[in-house]
Structure formats: structure tokens, C-alpha cells
Design a protein around this ligand. Structure first.
Ligand code: GRF
Length: 303
């Protein structure tokens, strides 16, 4: 979409998507490794930051330490790559209930530099899921939420908001998280929570449309195209504002599994691209409430 066609649509005082930078958050440490032993009841873990990764982020500083409580974090140091073209590096929370392949692709993109942000915490309602395992293997803190009879040590929605605040989370990325997001969380993070859905919304979305059910319904409908949608999250399933979509063909002999694999492949690319735009503050809200992505190379172009 050309900028020209948007001029009447973009309000002169359109709300920039992102909150203003709060504060710098790197802590200096004398050692290349540090322990993160949070005293709060929902998480207890040790985190090791490699000196390579840390030194890339904090220059000559050697690490990040949060000890016993994130309240103790202090002595922050802003560094060269912490700001990119004047934009602060963002902190991401990813929510998963399953295998976590989208989570993994976003985490990898953050590490190799195409996303100007870091996954600082993983939230799950399934402590044994693949996404939680990947987080633990990569020293990413894991929070359980919500509290259910199966997950008795899960956090309530109020405590979850408190926990995410303590991690100074800027954005929340839902990636196969099957629980409805609480109103408290939506209010605490306005225009800051994204979800990825494996169909072209508003078709084949809503309660009950998850996993293979989506792809089976697409094939049964006779639709010739499907593909992932990234949208902002509101208090209902799959109804928030659409931010980005990718089209994937539905082939004549597709099984649900084949279609799912083709869509998932595009999901990984799309979610990384959208997360990059989010972290670089390239999301613009049109006057009628539709969010658009500003092209990185041509700032007059939106999609
Ligand atoms: C994806 O298909 C996503 O669209 C949906 O849940 C699935 C998660 O897959 N919301 P994974 O856990 O990222 O592999």
C-alpha cells in the first residue's frame, strides 16, 4: 500500500504504537555468568548468559544479573546496539501451549539480529510442552499461567501482569497459546499483544478453531487459499485487528497435515517479520483503527 493512498487515512496525531522507552535495563556484572534466582513463587531457575552474547549487547560489560527479585535490578547501562536508529531494544514475552516452533523462530531471529528485541520470558499453561522445554534449554525463564487444577502453581491473571511488569516486557507474542487472554492483561498491554492464527481471518477463526481443526475446515469449505494471520489481541478469540497476512495455496489433494505444514512454514517467516517491525516501532495505526506496517527500506510504503 502506497503512502499516498494512506494520507487521508492516517491521522496527524495518530497514536504511535509503542510506549516511550522506560529506562535502560542492562546491569553490569563482574563475571560472564550470572544466576537468576527469582524469589517470586512462580519461577525458580538459573540463567546463564554466555559472555559472547552478553558482550555483543553490552559492549565491555560482562553480564546481566537479577538476584532474588527483579526489584533489585539497578545500575543500568545503555550501549551502542541497545539503541538501533534511536529505537530501544525491546523485551518480549512469548506465550505457548504446544511445540513452540514459532517461538523458536522468533528467538533465533532475536539472537542472530534480525529482530531488535529479546525473548525475556516464556509463559505457558502446559509445563511439559515442547515450547517450555526449548525455553529451559535456552535459559529463558518459564512462567506458568493460568492457575488451574492441573497447574496448581500457575499464576492468576493479576499476578501474571505483575510478573511481566517485573520482566519489563514491552510486547507479548501469543504463539499457539490456547487460553483466552484476560481483560487485565489486555488493559495492561494496550496495542501490545499479538497472536498468530493459521488461517486467513476473519475466516476459520474463533473458539474451537485451533490446530488441525482449522485446516480440516478450510479444506472442507473448498477454499483455494489459506495462510497465516497476525493480529492484535482483544478479549475474544481471533477477533482483534488484523496486522499481516500471507497467502498459501490449498492444493486439490491436500490433507490437513500437508496444508498445516505449508501454512506453518509461512507462519515462521511472517511472525518474525512482524515482530521485527514491532520492535523497530514500524507499526502505524490508521485513523479507522487498522494497523499497518511501515516498510523498512521505503518509509513511505505501508502494507
Ligand atoms: C500455529 O499454527 C499457530 O498459528 C497457532 O498455533 C500453532 C502453534 O504452532 N496459533 P507452534 O507451537 O508455534 O509450532
Amino acid at each position: 500500500m502506497e503512502a499516498r493512498s494512506l494520507l487521508s487515512g492516517v491521522s496527524s496525531n495518530s497514536t504511535p504504537l509503542l510506549q516511550q522507552p522506560k529506562k535502560s535495563i542492562f546491569v553490569t556484572l563482574p563475571s560472564p555468568y550470572s544466576s537468576f534466582n527469582q524469589s517470586l513463587k512462580w519461577v525458580s531457575f538459573k540463567t546463564r548468559y554466555s559472555s559472547k552474547l552478553v558482550s555483543e549487547r553490552v559492549g565491555t560489560k560482562m553480564g546481566l544479573e537479577c538476584k532474588n527479585s527483579v526489584d533489585e535490578v539497578g545500575d543500568f547501562t545503555a550501549t551502542d546496539d541497545y539503541f538501533l536508529n534511536g529505537v530501544r531494544r525491546k523485551k518480549l514475552a512469548v506465550f505457548v501451549s504446544g511445540g513452540g516452533s514459532n517461538f523458536r523462530s522468533i528467538h533465533e531471529a532475536a539472537i542472530q539480529g534480525s529482530v531488535h528485541g529479546d525473548v525475556v520470558v516464556l509463559v505457558t499453561n502446559k509445563p511439559g510442552c515442547g515450547g517450555a522445554g526449548y525455553a529451559r534449554d535456552n535459559a529463558i525463564p518459564v512462567i506458568l499461567s493460568p492457575r488451574t487444577k492441573d497447574v496448581s502453581d500457575g499464576l492468576s491473571s493479576t499476578d501474571l501482569v505483575t510478573a511481566l511488569r517485573r520482566f519489563e516486557v514491552d510486547f507479548i507474542l501469543l504463539a499457539g497459546y490456547l487460553k483466552l487472554i484476560s481483560v487485565e492483561l489486555i488493559r495492561a498491554y494496550p496495542r501490545s499483544i499479538l497472536n498468530i492464527h493459521p488461517s486467513l481471518l476473519p475466516s476459520f477463526g474463533g473458539k474451537g478453531y485451533y490446530g488441525m481443526k482449522v485446516h480440516k475446515a478450510v479444506i472442507a469449505s473448498g477454499a483455494r487459499y489459506s495462510g497465516p494471520t497476525v493480529h492484535f489481541v482483544d478479549e475474544h478469540y481471533d477477533t482483534g485487528r488484523i496486522l499481516a497476512q500471507r497467502v498459501v495455496p490449498v492444493l486439490a489433494n491436500d490433507t490437513a497435515e500437508e496444508l498445516a505444514a505449508r501454512v506453518l512454514h509461512e507462519e515462521h517467516r511472517l511472525y518474525v517479520e512482524v515482530t521485527a517491525a514491532l520492535c523497530e516501532e514500524r507499526i502505524i495505526w490508521r485513523e479507522d483503527g487498522v494497523p499497518l506496517i511501515q516498510n523498512r527500506e521505503n518509509l513511505n510504503e505501508y502494507s
